[in-house]
Design a binder for this molecule. Structure first.
Ligand code: VGL
Ligand code: ZN
Length: 191
């Protein structure tokens, strides 16, 4: 059981388009929902980030980017999973500027200041995808000075190249973050 005083849970991009069946569906990613819901009951602040793109975002293949269109504003694919929406105190949108990619929930969103203003010193990070937005958000949390913990059993990777997810976790550890199971964080089996 970790000391969870002054802790925020950041649920990264648990959205229809990143869940199985979505435009950029990550296999098995729906497993993140239950542990996130459970962790949400132990922390002071729950943040949900969402990828929230205009129709011709620079990350889309038609614009020369690497991804099919996904998480387009005002489409069902952009919707947060309802169970995550239900527990979030703060929703942070990113990737809303057509010409900017923002994998990190801290990138230009004011999230670090918002968390500090609420007395947060520690960030527990979970969600999708380990090798993109979870990685970027966790590295930024470390750089902003938050004690950072990624929940091993509440993240899933795209793994475009095999091992990308594991390498992302190594990068987070190298930056001073920790990677722990949900049970290790809250010290008990799921309720
Ligand atoms: C993400 C690819 C493109 C993510 C966002 O949330 O990890 N991945 N846009
Ligand atoms: Zn995106």
């Amino acid at each position: 059981m970790l000391d969870l005083a002054g802790t925020a849970l950041i649920a990264v991009d648990v959205q229809s388009d990143f869940l199985p069946g979505g435009a950029l569906g990550v296999p098995g990613a729906d497993v993140v929902v239950a542990p996130i819901r459970e962790l949400a009951t132990h922390v002071n602040v729950v943040v949900a980030t969402r990828d929230f793109h205009p129709p011709r975002h620079c990350s889309f293949t038609a614009q020369g980017g690497p991804w099919p269109p996904h998480c387009v504003i005002a489409t069902p694919g952009a919707a947060l999973h309802p169970d995550i929406d239900a527990v979030a105190h703060v929703i942070v949108s990113k990737g809303t500027d057509p010409s900017l990619e923002q994998y990190s929930g801290f990138d230009g969103t004011g999230l670090a200041g918002l968390l500090r203003a609420r007395g947060v010193r520690q960030a527990i990070i979970a969600g999708i995808a380990t090798d993109y937005c979870v990685r970027a958000t966790a590295l930024a949390a470390c750089a902003e000075g938050f004690a950072t913990i990624v929940v091993l059993d509440a993240v899933r990777a795209v793994d475009l190249r095999p091992g990308d997810g594991d390498r992302a976790l190594d990068d987070i550890r190298s930056a001073g973050g920790r990677v722990c199971t949900r049970a290790k964080i809250v010290g008990c089996p799921p309720g």
